[in-house]
Design a protein around this ligand. Structure first.
Ligand code: COA
Length: 172
Protein backbone atom coordinates (compact mmCIF):
# COMPACT_ATOMS: atom_id res chain seq x y z
CA UNK A 1 0.00 0.00 0.00
CA UNK A 2 1.21 3.48 -0.77
CA UNK A 3 1.44 6.26 1.82
CA UNK A 4 -1.65 7.82 0.30
CA UNK A 5 -3.71 4.65 0.57
CA UNK A 6 -2.70 4.15 4.20
CA UNK A 7 -4.32 7.51 5.03
CA UNK A 8 -7.61 6.40 3.51
CA UNK A 9 -10.28 4.61 5.53
CA UNK A 10 -12.82 2.60 3.56
CA UNK A 11 -16.04 1.68 5.36
CA UNK A 12 -19.71 0.96 4.62
CA UNK A 13 -21.69 4.07 3.74
CA UNK A 14 -24.00 5.52 6.38
CA UNK A 15 -27.01 7.80 6.03
CA UNK A 16 -24.96 10.84 7.01
CA UNK A 17 -22.65 10.19 4.03
CA UNK A 18 -25.48 10.70 1.53
CA UNK A 19 -24.83 14.43 0.88
CA UNK A 20 -21.12 13.76 0.20
CA UNK A 21 -21.85 10.77 -2.03
CA UNK A 22 -24.37 12.84 -3.96
CA UNK A 23 -21.97 15.77 -4.38
CA UNK A 24 -19.15 13.50 -5.62
CA UNK A 25 -21.49 11.74 -8.05
CA UNK A 26 -22.83 15.01 -9.42
CA UNK A 27 -19.32 16.37 -9.87
CA UNK A 28 -18.56 13.18 -11.85
CA UNK A 29 -21.71 13.59 -13.94
CA UNK A 30 -20.73 17.17 -14.75
CA UNK A 31 -17.23 16.02 -15.73
CA UNK A 32 -18.66 14.03 -18.69
CA UNK A 33 -15.84 11.45 -18.65
CA UNK A 34 -17.47 8.72 -16.59
CA UNK A 35 -21.12 8.18 -17.47
CA UNK A 36 -23.89 8.77 -19.98
CA UNK A 37 -25.91 10.24 -17.11
CA UNK A 38 -26.40 13.98 -17.42
CA UNK A 39 -29.14 14.44 -14.83
CA UNK A 40 -27.70 15.25 -11.43
CA UNK A 41 -29.04 13.20 -8.53
CA UNK A 42 -30.73 14.34 -5.35
CA UNK A 43 -29.78 13.08 -1.89
CA UNK A 44 -33.18 11.35 -1.71
CA UNK A 45 -32.33 9.28 -4.76
CA UNK A 46 -28.90 8.35 -3.42
CA UNK A 47 -30.35 7.43 0.00
CA UNK A 48 -32.25 4.61 -1.70
CA UNK A 49 -28.97 2.93 -2.63
CA UNK A 50 -28.27 2.16 1.01
CA UNK A 51 -29.50 -0.82 2.98
CA UNK A 52 -29.60 -3.34 0.12
CA UNK A 53 -27.80 -6.40 1.52
CA UNK A 54 -26.81 -7.66 -1.94
CA UNK A 55 -25.49 -4.28 -3.06
CA UNK A 56 -22.65 -2.92 -0.92
CA UNK A 57 -22.01 0.81 -0.88
CA UNK A 58 -18.66 1.88 0.59
CA UNK A 59 -17.08 5.27 1.14
CA UNK A 60 -13.46 6.34 1.43
CA UNK A 61 -12.62 8.85 4.13
CA UNK A 62 -9.45 10.94 4.22
CA UNK A 63 -8.89 13.51 6.94
CA UNK A 64 -12.40 12.79 8.25
CA UNK A 65 -13.93 13.76 4.89
CA UNK A 66 -15.68 11.48 2.40
CA UNK A 67 -13.57 11.65 -0.77
CA UNK A 68 -14.96 8.76 -2.79
CA UNK A 69 -17.50 5.98 -2.99
CA UNK A 70 -18.18 2.71 -4.73
CA UNK A 71 -21.62 1.15 -5.10
CA UNK A 72 -23.14 -2.02 -6.49
CA UNK A 73 -26.53 -1.88 -8.17
CA UNK A 74 -28.95 -4.16 -9.99
CA UNK A 75 -27.70 -5.65 -13.25
CA UNK A 76 -30.99 -7.21 -14.43
CA UNK A 77 -34.19 -7.98 -12.55
CA UNK A 78 -34.26 -11.67 -13.68
CA UNK A 79 -33.72 -14.10 -10.79
CA UNK A 80 -31.01 -16.02 -12.66
CA UNK A 81 -28.84 -12.89 -12.63
CA UNK A 82 -29.30 -12.12 -8.92
CA UNK A 83 -25.60 -12.73 -8.25
CA UNK A 84 -24.46 -10.18 -10.83
CA UNK A 85 -24.18 -6.49 -9.97
CA UNK A 86 -23.25 -3.37 -11.84
CA UNK A 87 -20.89 -1.08 -10.02
CA UNK A 88 -19.82 2.55 -10.07
CA UNK A 89 -16.81 4.17 -8.42
CA UNK A 90 -16.33 7.91 -8.07
CA UNK A 91 -13.59 9.89 -6.37
CA UNK A 92 -13.82 13.64 -5.70
CA UNK A 93 -11.80 15.50 -8.36
CA UNK A 94 -9.58 16.99 -5.65
CA UNK A 95 -8.61 13.49 -4.44
CA UNK A 96 -8.10 11.63 -7.74
CA UNK A 97 -4.85 9.92 -8.67
CA UNK A 98 -3.95 9.25 -5.02
CA UNK A 99 -5.03 5.61 -4.78
CA UNK A 100 -8.45 6.33 -3.28
CA UNK A 101 -10.12 4.36 -6.09
CA UNK A 102 -7.62 1.58 -5.48
CA UNK A 103 -8.49 1.45 -1.76
CA UNK A 104 -12.22 1.47 -2.54
CA UNK A 105 -12.04 -1.47 -4.95
CA UNK A 106 -9.74 -3.43 -2.63
CA UNK A 107 -12.49 -3.36 0.01
CA UNK A 108 -15.43 -3.53 -2.38
CA UNK A 109 -14.65 -6.83 -4.08
CA UNK A 110 -14.54 -8.89 -0.84
CA UNK A 111 -17.70 -7.08 0.33
CA UNK A 112 -19.45 -8.13 -2.89
CA UNK A 113 -18.25 -11.69 -2.48
CA UNK A 114 -19.50 -11.73 1.13
CA UNK A 115 -22.85 -10.42 -0.13
CA UNK A 116 -23.17 -13.50 -2.33
CA UNK A 117 -22.39 -11.89 -5.68
CA UNK A 118 -20.52 -13.94 -8.24
CA UNK A 119 -19.80 -11.18 -10.74
CA UNK A 120 -19.49 -7.41 -10.87
CA UNK A 121 -19.37 -5.52 -14.12
CA UNK A 122 -19.33 -2.07 -15.54
CA UNK A 123 -18.98 -0.11 -18.75
CA UNK A 124 -16.20 2.41 -19.22
CA UNK A 125 -15.62 5.04 -21.88
CA UNK A 126 -12.51 3.90 -23.80
CA UNK A 127 -10.81 7.23 -23.03
CA UNK A 128 -11.26 6.78 -19.25
CA UNK A 129 -7.72 5.56 -18.68
CA UNK A 130 -7.88 5.92 -14.88
CA UNK A 131 -10.96 3.72 -14.64
CA UNK A 132 -9.59 1.10 -17.06
CA UNK A 133 -6.30 0.91 -15.18
CA UNK A 134 -8.04 0.73 -11.85
CA UNK A 135 -10.17 -2.16 -13.06
CA UNK A 136 -7.20 -3.94 -14.64
CA UNK A 137 -5.30 -3.71 -11.35
CA UNK A 138 -8.22 -5.38 -9.57
CA UNK A 139 -8.52 -8.33 -11.91
CA UNK A 140 -11.26 -7.15 -14.24
CA UNK A 141 -11.31 -8.53 -17.77
CA UNK A 142 -12.15 -6.26 -20.67
CA UNK A 143 -14.87 -8.27 -22.40
CA UNK A 144 -15.16 -6.09 -25.49
CA UNK A 145 -16.48 -2.83 -26.77
CA UNK A 146 -20.05 -1.81 -27.37
CA UNK A 147 -19.91 0.47 -30.42
CA UNK A 148 -21.96 3.65 -30.34
CA UNK A 149 -23.70 2.48 -27.18
CA UNK A 150 -25.48 5.79 -26.56
CA UNK A 151 -25.06 9.51 -27.13
CA UNK A 152 -23.53 11.86 -24.60
CA UNK A 153 -24.27 15.51 -25.30
CA UNK A 154 -25.31 14.44 -28.79
CA UNK A 155 -22.13 12.51 -29.65
CA UNK A 156 -22.06 8.72 -30.08
CA UNK A 157 -19.77 7.05 -27.58
CA UNK A 158 -18.36 3.54 -27.35
CA UNK A 159 -18.01 1.76 -24.02
CA UNK A 160 -15.66 -1.01 -22.89
CA UNK A 161 -17.37 -3.73 -20.84
CA UNK A 162 -15.43 -5.00 -17.84
CA UNK A 163 -16.24 -7.96 -15.62
CA UNK A 164 -14.74 -9.48 -12.49
CA UNK A 165 -15.71 -12.95 -11.27
CA UNK A 166 -16.01 -13.57 -7.53
CA UNK A 167 -16.20 -16.53 -5.17
CA UNK A 168 -17.23 -19.87 -6.68
CA UNK A 169 -17.36 -18.37 -10.15
CA UNK A 170 -13.62 -17.76 -10.23
CA UNK A 171 -12.03 -20.29 -12.54
CA UNK A 172 -9.33 -22.31 -10.86
C1 COA B 1 -11.65 6.42 -12.12
C2 COA B 1 -11.38 6.84 -10.67
C3 COA B 1 -12.46 6.22 -9.76
C4 COA B 1 -10.01 6.26 -10.25
O1 COA B 1 -9.77 6.57 -8.90
P1 COA B 1 -8.39 7.29 -8.47
O2 COA B 1 -8.36 7.32 -7.00
O3 COA B 1 -8.30 8.56 -9.21
O4 COA B 1 -7.33 6.25 -9.08
P2 COA B 1 -6.05 5.62 -8.36
O5 COA B 1 -5.18 6.70 -7.85
O6 COA B 1 -6.51 4.58 -7.39
O7 COA B 1 -5.32 4.94 -9.62
C5 COA B 1 -5.89 3.83 -10.29
C6 COA B 1 -5.11 3.58 -11.57
O8 COA B 1 -5.43 4.61 -12.54
C7 COA B 1 -4.25 5.30 -12.93
N1 COA B 1 -4.63 6.69 -13.09
C8 COA B 1 -5.08 7.51 -12.12
N2 COA B 1 -5.38 8.70 -12.65
C9 COA B 1 -5.09 8.62 -13.96
C10 COA B 1 -5.22 9.53 -15.04
N3 COA B 1 -5.69 10.77 -14.86
N4 COA B 1 -4.86 9.09 -16.28
C11 COA B 1 -4.40 7.84 -16.47
N5 COA B 1 -4.28 6.93 -15.48
C12 COA B 1 -4.62 7.32 -14.24
C13 COA B 1 -3.27 5.07 -11.81
O9 COA B 1 -1.94 5.20 -12.26
C14 COA B 1 -3.61 3.66 -11.42
O10 COA B 1 -3.08 2.75 -12.37
P3 COA B 1 -2.05 1.60 -11.93
O11 COA B 1 -2.80 0.81 -10.89
O12 COA B 1 -1.82 0.86 -13.19
O13 COA B 1 -0.87 2.32 -11.36
C15 COA B 1 -11.35 8.39 -10.49
O14 COA B 1 -10.34 8.94 -11.29
C16 COA B 1 -12.68 9.06 -10.79
O15 COA B 1 -13.51 9.21 -9.89
N6 COA B 1 -12.91 9.48 -12.06
C17 COA B 1 -14.18 10.12 -12.43
C18 COA B 1 -15.35 9.13 -12.28
C19 COA B 1 -15.10 7.86 -13.08
O16 COA B 1 -14.59 7.88 -14.19
N7 COA B 1 -15.57 6.72 -12.52
C20 COA B 1 -15.44 5.43 -13.17
C21 COA B 1 -16.59 5.18 -14.07
S1 COA B 1 -17.84 4.20 -13.22
Amino acid sequence: MSDHASAVLVRPARLEDVPSITAIYNEGIRGRTATFETRERTPDEVRRWLGEPRHPVLVAEADARVVGWVAASTYRPRACYAGIAEFSVYVAASARGRRVGDALLAAFLPACEAAGLWKVLSRIFPENEASRRLCARHGFREVGTYARHARLDGAWRDVVIVERLLGDAVET
